[in-house]
Design a protein around this ligand. Structure first.
Ligand code: UD1
Ligand code: CA
Length: 454
């Protein structure tokens, strides 16, 4: 298979008005990644990483987003929306380069899996000129029907153009096609627009190829994998399917999810074997978790690295740049941002650690805050190994605590603390014996006098 070259053409000239959005449809995200990027990733995984992206008139936003894909696709513009065959022909220059296989995909069909694409490519390698990916939707209305004759696919009839009898067919076009590169231009150029929509239908190449005696094949995919997204409800449905697939994959790879349906993954979440994820956890982009970590319930994690044996949460928030080394602990109601929590260090309760290093084995008491921002700039706090910060302390950055330093509870630390020094940054406690009783008596007398007078 690898020796066959492959071009993927992704159609993204859709209007997407039903999304009710300022954002182009194909840039709406599933698991934090644009739909069109999901499609490109599937293409790449199927060996079709040479991508031509067809955008509509004014598709600047899509173009910009596409430039960040790896590899960046070649962009073609379909100035007028005259149908799917017309859209594919916008990429004529790419097709003319003569790839062995051509995959046509829709940018708004993001759940397509590499397996199906590979299977279609295998059919091309076996001599088929056109391979159609069909599916059996619960309700076929609106889809193109696959017309078979003597067990062979001979045409696709769009719903609007189909007869009553044809409309009874349940096997439909999922929209994906694989076309033999040597036939592609000849077939596409033969497509006309004499149909209900007066559009140039890509689907017509099936009938044209069959009439020319070429081999046309249908393969079947699940309805889920060819789900097309037209509105936000379908977007959420696709998100749900994607999450379900990803959770299953994580569990089969050795991750324990106690309540999988409550754990939300990002497209790029990496999570190691024997890590336990409790219910209601959100992973934003850029999370890497090693083996054997524990993520307690209700944690919100993005852009964080979590090493083996670490514990996070419950109710922890790890923001970008949080780097937890082995056996580090970030407990309930703590926020960590752009900070390293070194081996075995503990940040257990109600604490904010931002722009900081917490040294190996250090212990940060409840309610500690690194005051990292003066409204204009961010400053760093460095906490040495084995340091102990008493509860409710403010560490006003830039500031550093040496190894083994000890900060008394309730301190506001504005100056560096030496290694092994004890620092108080608060008023000393004063005690006046008997003063409380004296005050009580005085206040009681005053209240009684007032009552008598009134
Ligand atoms: C298409 C298929 C239909 C199939 C269905 C599956 C055709 C003619 N019909 O119908 O058989 O059952 O998908 O969902 O192919 N596009 C362009 N430029 C155009 C027209 C479309 O880029 O001029 C893109 C759209 O953005 C979209 C895709 O092609 O991503 C499909 O177009 P759409 O109009 O949604 O086709 P359907 O009517 O859904
Ligand atoms: Ca559609």
């Amino acid at each position: 298979m690898t020796e066959r070259s492959c071009l993927s053409i992704i159609l993204a000239a859709g209007e997407g008005t039903r999304m009710k959005s300022a954002r182009p449809k194909v840039l709406h995200e599933i698991a934090g990644l644009a739909m069109v990027a999901h499609v490109a990733a599937a293409a790449k995984a199927a060996g079709g990483g040479d991508v031509a992206l067809v955008v509509g008139h004014g598709g600047d936003e899509v173009r910009k987003a596409a430039a960040r894909l790896d590899p960046a696709p070649e962009i073609f513009v379909q100035e007028e929306r005259l149908g799917t065959a017309h859209a594919v022909l916008a990429a004529r220059a790419a097709i003319a380069r003569g790839h062995d296989d051509i995959l046509v995909m829709f940018g708004d069909t993001p759940l397509i899996e590499a397996d199906v694409l590979l299977y279609a490519r295998r059919k091309l390698a076996g001599g088929a000129a056109v391979v159609v990916v069909g599916f059996r939707p619960q309700n076929p209305a609106g889809y193109g029907r696959l017309i078979e004759k003597d067990g062979r696919l001979v045409a696709i009839r769009e719903h609007k153009d189909a007869s009553e009898a044809e409309r009874k067919i349940g096997f439909c076009n999922g929209g994906l096609m694989a076309i033999g590169g040597s036939h592609a231009l000849a077939l596409l150029d033969a497509v006309g627009n004499a149909n209900a929509n007066q559009e140039f239908y890509l689907t017509d190449i099936v009938e044209i190829a069959a009439a020319r005696g070429l081999d046309v094949v249908a393969v079947e995919a699940s309805a889920e994998s060819v789900l097309g997204i037209n509105n936000r409800a379908e977007l959420a449905e696709a998100e749900g399917i994607w999450q379900r697939r990803r959770r299953r994959e994580a569990m089969l790879a050795g991750v324990t999810l106690i309540a999988p349906e409550t754990v939300h993954f990002s497209h790029d979440t990496q999570i190691g074997q024997d890590t336990l994820v409790e219910p209601n956890v959100w992973f934003g982009p850029g999370v890497r978790i090693a083996a054997g970590a524990t993520i307690h319930a209700f944690s919100h994690i993005e852009g964080a690295t979590i090493a083996t044996g670490s514990q996070v949460g419950p109710f922890a928030r790890l923001r970008p740049g949080a780097d937890l080394h082995e056996k580090a602990k970030v407990g309930n109601f703590c926020e960590v941002k752009k900070a390293t929590v070194e081996k075995g260090a503990k940040v257990n309760h109600l604490t904010y650690i931002g722009d900081a290093r917490v040294g190996e084995g250090a212990n940060i008491g409840a309610g500690t805050v690194t005051c990292n921002y003066d409204g204009y700039s961010k400053f760093h706090t460095d906490i040495g190994a084995g340091a102990f910060v008493g509860s409710n302390s403010s560490l006003v950055a830039p500031v550093s605590l040496g190894d083994g330093a000890y900060v008394a509870s309730g301190s506001v630390i504005t100056e560096d603390v030496e290694a092994d020094a004890l620092a108080f940054g608060r008023a000393r406690q004063k005690q006046i014996p008997g003063k409380a009783r004296e005050l009580r008596e005085r206040f009681a007398a005053a209240a009684a006098a007032k009552k008598k007078a009134g």
